[in-house]
Design a protein around this ligand. Structure first.
Ligand code: ZN
Ligand code: ZN
Length: 146
C-alpha cells in the first residue's frame, strides 16, 4: 500500500520535472510511512544518521517542493512549527493536548457549515478547518499511572 503510494508520488515528481535525489526519496518515504504528521525537525532527526550532509534547510526545501506539487499539506498551528501531512484527502484532525500528536479523523466534510457561513456573512468561503482536542490513548494511560 505504502510502496504503491511511494511509486505514485515518485512518478508525480518526475512528471513535474523534479529530480529525485536519494535524500528527496528518503524524505518522501518517511512522510508516507509517518502517521504522526511530522515537523521538518522530526524528519531531519529521523534521517540525519543516514544522510550526514543533510540539514533542516534541505528538509524544508524538499517539503516545499512536495507542497507545491500537492503531495503534502502544510498544517500550521499558531507559533509552533508546521507539520506535514501526506494524506491529501479531506479529513479532520484530533490533537493530543499532552504530547501534541495529531491523528487523522474521517468524517463527511461539513459542507453545510460552509454554505451557512456564506449565507450569514456574505463571504465567499474557500475552505474550513476543524480540530478536535483531547488526550491520546498513550497519554491517558500515562496520566492514570501518576
Ligand atoms: Zn498524547
Ligand atoms: Zn492528517
Amino acid at each position: 500500500m505504502t510502496e504503491e503510494k511511494l511509486q505514485e508520488a515518485v512518478s508525480r515528481l518526475k512528471e513535474s520535472g523534479v529530480r529525485i535525489t536519494p535524500q528527496r526519496h528518503a524524505v518522501l518515504e518517511f512522510l508516507l510511512n509517518a502517521e504522526i504528521h511530522p515537523t521538518a525537525d522530526d524528519i531531519y532527526k529521523a534521517l540525519e544518521g543516514k544522510f550526514p550532509n543533510m540539514s533542516v534547510a534541505t528538509v524544508y526545501n524538499n517539503l516545499k517542493v512536495f507542497r507545491e506539487i500537492g503531495l503534502v499539506r502544510e498544517l500550521t498551528y499558531g507559533d509552533s512549527s508546521s507539520r506535514f501531512d501526506c494524506n491529501t484527502s479531506k479529513h479532520y484532525h484530533i490533537i493530543c493536548d499532552e504530547c501534541g500528536k495529531i491523528v487523522d479523523f474521517h468524517y463527511p466534510s461539513l459542507d453545510e457549515v460552509e454554505s451557512l457561513a456564506e449565507q450569514v456573512t456574505g463571504f465567499q468561503v474557500s475552505h474550513h478547518r476543524m480540530e478536535i482536542y483531547g488526550t491520546c490513548p498513550n497519554c491517558k494511560k500515562e496520566l492514570q499511572h501518576h
